[in-house]
Design a protein around this ligand. Structure first.
Ligand code: UD1
Ligand code: MG
Length: 549
């Protein structure tokens, strides 16, 4: 409605925001990913305000940098001596032909375009010098109180800091939005005096000036006062975040998106979502994210600056940033897609898989415990569990290229730069440092050998009267320092029992150190070499038989 009008909006944003207790200028505190003042600038653009002046001061370089993409003119207020002073400084930049000046506070950014249009209509109708937006609150809190005469005419706005107790009881407050007749402003701004607790120039004192001169002061009571309130503390910031969250979620639901639990779902303003998409609780959709129709986003998912085509399924606890997901892609649970991940139609990325700056062509599967970085994986390729692209040599990043319909076995390290050709196969556990040509089997790992293993039997208490058996014999022989190979045990057991060594006690009785030394001596004498343990035990059996005769 304001397109064709000679109107300038002045947005006051020079203050520090002391009550925020912050190192950051107040107007840059974020509401769902955007500086709070950006919401106000968007609304002004929407309703067609042709000229916007932003008064900056405290850390103005930071504020200017954060808002550099907005079509606003910056005015620097230095020092910051109050809202009236800010308007004085801004007025010098208001073009001479301008008829009306809309003044707004950068810390009350959620004011609706509709209520600004109503404010203007009241202003035009009354041909007022100034028209102030007010609200009736259950409790006026710290806001300026609107003092009216008995006929309802506005006399002045008194700051709560300067107000007597009976003034503080007034429920009508100043939201901080005003239309001024430009001529009135030019004539009266010089009259402001710092006669108040803060020793500042109050812009609200212009109301008293106008009323005192007998000029018309009009007021428009905002019905949607909740969004018109200023943000001065972290508590008020939290309230504003909740308001924006609800507005956005309502809009998404009206467009056909299911939000299972809107209160725990945080969708930033620039996010678009297609209809019939279902979003589970505790999700964060951020930045310039675009989600197609019929997607399913499971709980505790964070998606930022990403594009999801139709029918994408993101399973629980996944994080997706700066990525593209084609139709029907499935990721997660617990997947991490970092910037530059490009998953084409039907690709699947499973649990504990991280992808960075990589293209996974149609139908690629990387389902378990994998890292793919700086990689291109051809259509239909299967990437086995535990595959890692070793893309970083400590200084530079290197690419890995895998052709179509290849098969990478489990636990493979692909040391980049490296290429695996189409249809090639990489054996599980390989460390691939050289290219694998198409169709070939690349394998690099130590050859397997099967060694004789020591017989480990469950340790069961052995008693003397236990009959000798394959179960207790190995342990008893070990104990005697006569461990034998597994293959010989059955034969030895039979021999011992056959020679009358029926139980463990009998074996221990015959296997004295003297008898063992005797057997070894005899064997050495006869054979000219030491006996093996097996031969010692066999001789022990014969000795026992002889002794028993
Ligand atoms: C102001 C109003 C109060 C109103 C409330 C609504 C005055 C004196 N008081 O109080 O009546 O109820 O807003 O939210 O106007 N600013 C500057 N330069 C300065 C001081 C402030 O640009 O020298 C800017 C701030 O950055 C802020 C806005 O003006 O965006 C309002 O200032 P703030 O200190 O928050 O005033 P309030 O106490 O909220
Ligand atoms: Mg304020």
């Amino acid at each position: 409605m304001f397109h064709e009008m000679k109107v300038t909006a002045v947005v006051l944003a020079a203050g520090q925001g002391t009550r925020m207790k912050s190192a950051r200028p107040k107007v840059l505190h974020e509401i769902l990913g955007r500086p709070m003042v950006a919401y106000l600038l968007d609304t002004l653009k929407e309703i067609g305000i042709p000229d916007i002046l932003l008064v900056v001061g405290y850390q103005f370089e930071k504020v200017q940098a954060a808002l550099k993409d907005y079509p606003v003119r910056f005015v620097v207020q230095e020092p910051q001596s109050g809202t009236g002073h800010a308007l004085q400084v801004a007025m010098a930049a208001v073009p001479p032909g301008v008829k009306e000046v809309l003044v707004l506070c950068g810390d009350a950014p959620l004011i609706s375009g509709e209520s600004l249009e109503k404010l203007y209509q009241a202003h035009a109708k009354a041909r007022a010098a100034v028209t102030i937006q007010t609200a009736i609150l259950p409790d006026g809190l710290h806001y300026g109180r609107v003092v009216r005469d008995e006929k309802g005419g506005v006399l002045e706005v008194v700051q709560s800091r300067d107000a007597a107790p009976e003034i503080l009881k007034i429920p009508e407050i100043n939201t901080g939005a005003y239309f001024f007749d430009a001529t009135f402003l030019r004539e009266s701004l010089g009259e402001l005096q710092p006669n108040n607790v803060q020793r500042e120039l109050y812009l609200t004192d212009l109301i008293k000036v106008a009323a005192g001169r007998g000029q018309t002061v009009a007021a428009a009571v905002a019905e949607d006062w909740e969004t018109a309130l200023g943000i001065n503390s972290r508590q008020e910031l939290a309230r504003a975040i909740r308001q924006v969250q609800r507005q956005i979620n309502d809009r998404q639901m009206s467009h056909g998106v299911t939000l299972m639990d809107p209160e725990s779902t945080y969708i930033e303003p620039l996010v678009t979502i297609g209809k019939d998409t279902v979003i589970y609780p505790d999700c964060y959709l951020q930045g310039r994210t675009e989600i197609g129709e019929n997607c399913l986003i499971e709980p505790q998912v964070k998606i930022a600056d990403s594009f999801l085509a139709a029918g994408v399924h993101v399973r629980m606890c996944s994080v997706i940033t700066g990525s593209r997901l084609g139709p029907g892609v499935i990721v997660g649970p617990f997947a991490h897609l970092r910037p530059g991940s490009d998953l084409r139609q039907g690709a699947r990325v499973g649990n504990f898989v991280e992808v960075k700056k990589s293209v996974l062509h149609e139908g690629v599967k990387a389902n378990h415990l994998t890292y793919l970085g700086d990689a291109e994986v051809g259509a239909g390729t299967n990437v086995g569990a535990g595959t890692i692209t070793c893309n970083y040599d400590g200084v530079k990043k290197h690419p890995t290229v895998i052709g179509e319909r290849a098969f990478i076995g489990s636990n493979v390290a692909l040391v980049a730069p490296v290429t695996v050709g189409a249809g090639a196969y990489v054996g599980a556990g390989s460390t691939i440092t050289k290219d694998v040509p198409p169709g070939k089997l690349g394998i690099s790992r130590a050859r397997q050998v099967n060694l004789v293993r020591r017989q480990l039997t469950a340790r069961k208490e052995v008693k003397g009267e236990d009959r000798l058996s394959l179960e207790n014999l190995p342990g008893v022989l070990q104990g005697l320092g006569l461990g034998c190979e597994a293959g010989d045990l059955e034969e030895l057991c039979r021999l011992l029992v056959g020679c009358g060594v029926q139980n463990v006690a009998a074996l221990l009785k015959v296997a004295t150190p003297e008898n063992l030394a005797l057997i070894k001596d005899m064997y050495r004498h006869a054979e000219g070499k030491d006996p093996s343990n097996c031969e010692v035990v066999a001789n022990l059996a014969h000795l026992a038989k002889g002794l028993m005769k």
